[in-house]
Design a protein around this ligand. Structure first.
Ligand code: NAD
Length: 324
C-alpha cells in the first residue's frame, strides 16, 4: 500500500482514517474524496467525487495512480430505515461500481461491514465469525450483500477485497452519521455541554463499541497484513467494548459526577434494530489471522473522549490493553 484513495472521506470514519493514513504514508499519497467538502480535513489533497457516477472512481484511481481504495460511502442504519432504496443504491450499487473500478485499476479495496450484518436469529453472545446472517434492517441487508459482493470479486476476478465488521464507533472529531449507535457519540457532547443526555435506546441495551483510533488502526493493519495468513480475508468480526447506555453513563459519572441520563426510546426504528444486533462479537479470527488487538477498553475510551472535549487532565490518558 503506497498510494491511496479514500471515498466518503468527509464522514465519521473517513475524517480520522484519512488523517491516520496520511500520518503513515504521507499527506500527498492519500487523496480524500467525497460528495461534500470535509469540515475537519485540511491535511492533504481533496477531490469531489460522487461514487454513484459510473467511471468516477476508476478515473480518480488512475489519476492518483492508486494501489488501494478505502471505500466508505453508505447510508447508516437509521437513515437506511427511512430511505431503504437510496440505501440499496448507495450501499450496494456504489460498492459494485467501486469493485469494478478496483478490478480495472488492479487496486486493492477495503470495505467496512457492520454488526448490522447480523440479525435476530444470530447467536448474540458471543457472535461467531461464521454464523447465521439474516438481518431484518435494510442497512443489514445491504451489508450482507456487500460482504458477498466482495467475496465474489475476490473469487471470480482475484480482487484483493478485505473488510471488517465494525461495531458502533465512538469519535470526537466528526459527528456520527445516522446510525443506531449514535447515542455513544452524542452522550459525550451532551455530558460536556449540558450535563445531561436523553438516550434513544433502553438503559440495558447491550452493543459492541470501539474507539475510533482502534478502528482506523484495524483498517490499516488488515490492509497491510500478509495475504497468505488471511483465511477469511473479508468481513472480520472486531470489537473492543461491549456496553449498555446505563454502564456508559456510570463511567462518564466517574469524571462528571453530576451527569444525568434519561431515556426517550425510539421504539419505531433504533431500539428494534439494536435488539436485533449482537451483544458481543467473537473477534478471535481477526486476532489469529492478522494479530488484531484493541488498545482502548471502556475506561480508557471514556477518559480520552472527555479529555478531547476539554474535561479532566491536560495530559491525554494512555490507552489500556484490553484483556478480552
Ligand atoms: P458517514 O455517514 O459519517 O460518512 C459517509 C460519507 O459518505 C459522507 O461523508 C457522505 O458525504 C459520503 N457519501 C454519501 N454518498 C456519497 C456518494 N454518492 N459519493 C461519495 N461519497 C458519498 O459514515 P461513516 O460512519 O463514516 O461510515 C463509513 C462506513 O463504515 C460505512 O460503510 C458504514 O456502513 C460503516 N460502518 C460505520 C460504523 C459507525 O459506527 N460509524 C459502524 C459500522 C460500519
Amino acid at each position: 500500500m503506497q498510494r491511496i484513495v479514500v471515498t466518503g472521506a468527509a464522514g465519521q470514519i473517513g475524517t480520522e482514517l484519512t488523517r491516520a493514513l496520511r500520518e503513515r504514508y504521507g499527506a500527498d499519497a492519500v487523496l480524500a474524496t467525497d460528495i461534500r467538502q470535509p469540515e475537519a480535513l485540511d491535511s492533504g489533497p481533496f477531490q469531489a467525487v460522487d461514487c454513484l457516477r459510473p467511471g468516477s472512481v476508476l478515473d480518480v484511481l488512475r489519476r492518483h495512480r492508486a494501489d488501494t481504495l478505502f471505500h466508505l460511502p453508505a447510508l447508516l442504519s437509521a437513515r437506511s430505515a427511512h430511505d431503504p432504496w437510496r440505501a440499496w443504491e448507495l450501499n450496494v450499487g456504489g460498492l459494485r461500481l467501486a469493485l469494478e473500478a478496483v478490478r480495472e485499476a488492479g487496486a486493492a479495496i477495503f470495505v467496512p461491514s457492520s454488526i448490522g450484518a447480523f440479525g435476530p436469529s444470530t447467536p448474540k453472545d458471543p457472535t461467531p465469525q461464521d454464523t447465521v446472517q439474516r438481518p431484518t434492517s435494510m442497512y443489514g441487508i445491504t451489508k450482507v450483500a456487500g460482504e458477498l459482493l466482495c467475496d465474489f470479486y475476490a473469487d471470480r476476478y482475484g480482487v484483493d477485497a478485505r473488510g471488517l465488521r465494525y461495531p458502533g464507533l465512538v469519535s470526537h472529531t466528526a459527528p456520527a452519521g445516522g446510525g443506531t449507535t449514535d447515542w455513544a457519540v452524542e452522550i459525550f457532547h451532551a455530558a460536556v455541554r449540558d450535563g445531561a443526555y436523553t438516550c434513544f435506546l433502553e438503559p440495558d441495551t447491550r452493543l459492541d463499541l470501539m474507539y475510533m483510533p482502534d478502528a482506523t488502526r484495524a483498517a490499516i493493519e488488515l490492509m497491510e497484513a500478509d495475504a497468505s495468513r488471511l483465511a477469511h480475508r473479508n468481513a472480520f468480526n472486531i470489537t473492543a467494548v461491549s456496553v449498555t447506555p446505563a454502564e456508559m453513563a456510570r463511567e462518564i459519572r466517574r469524571h462528571l459526577p453530576r451527569f444525568t441520563i434519561d431515556y426517550a426510546v425510539d421504539r419505531d426504528v433504533r431500539q428494534p434494530i439494536a435488539e436485533s444486533w449482537p451483544d458481543r462479537l467473537d473477534d478471535s479470527a481477526a486476532r489469529e489471522e492478522w494479530g488484531w488487538r484493541p488498545a482502548y477498553d471502556l475506561a480508557a475510551m471514556v477518559a480520552d473522549m472527555l479529555h478531547h472535549l476539554g474535561i479532566g487532565s491536560t495530559e491525554a490518558p494512555r490507552p489500556t490493553e484490553t484483556t478480552r
